[in-house]
Ligand binder design. Structure first.
Ligand code: GLN
Length: 195
């Protein structure tokens, strides 16, 4: 098993560390050719506009779409925005490049400014084989899922019903940062999808 983490900008080192702690071969993906031989790719949190601009500059857009058509992909926070088909009011990409892989509508910075970052225990049955065991989720200028369409399933919600994680086949998106907590259950779950 070999997993890549898109390393253009953002919190990629933390994902690499968790994957290596789990005994998985993990590599930083900086050029399209680095996708070769990977079983899955994580797109980290950071700034989705910057990730989109750099991905365009380094000719990553089509290779990433082709990769996702065959393999597992997980977008955390900015990565979730980048994987979405629609953002904001859903009428345009609002000037930022999107991979447009997953049939979700995402609202950026949906919880306020940087200072409004928060941590909350989430119930995510899929990562516990259906059992209840709260996952500590860290939100940083996080997006929310406004709509999950087609075959996309919402897999986690805040207490007020706001959708914050979804899955469609081998694709996973989370509004929050599972790489910033000591809890590796989301990474283990992604490895299952990639296997
Ligand atoms: N606010 C960022 C964006 O819109 C995402 C923040 C994050 O990835 N922690 O791209």
């Amino acid at each position: 098993m070999k997993i890549g983490v898109l390393a253009l900008q953002g919190a990629f080192i933390e994902h690499i560390k968790i994957l290596r702690d789990l005994g998985v071969e993990a590599v930083e993906v900086r050029l399209p050719e680095d996708l070769e031989g990977l079983d899955g790719l994580i797109i980290p949190g950071g700034e989705s506009t910057t990730i989109g601009k750099l991905a365009t500059m380094y000719h990553f857009m089509e290779p990433l779409r082709e990769f996702a058509a065959r393999k597992a992909m997980w977008g955390t926070c900015a990565g979730m925005i980048f994987m979405a088909k629609e953002i904001g009011d859903g009428r345009s990409n609002h000037g930022q490049p999107l991979l447009a892989i997953m049939d979700i509508l995402v609202d950026r910075n949906a919880f306020g400014r940087q200072v409004d970052s928060f941590e909350v225990d989430l119930d995510v049955p899929v990562i516990n084989n259906g059992a209840v065991a709260p996952f500590p989720a860290v939100f940083i200028r996080a997006p929310r899922l406004v709509a999950a369409k087609g075959d996309t399933q919402v897999i986690a919600r805040l207490a007020d019903g706001t959708a914050v994680a979804a899955q469609e086949g081998k694709w996973l998106v989370t509004s929050f940062h599972p790489e910033l907590t000591g809890d590796n259950r989301f990474h283990k779950y992604f490895l299952k999808l990639a296997a």
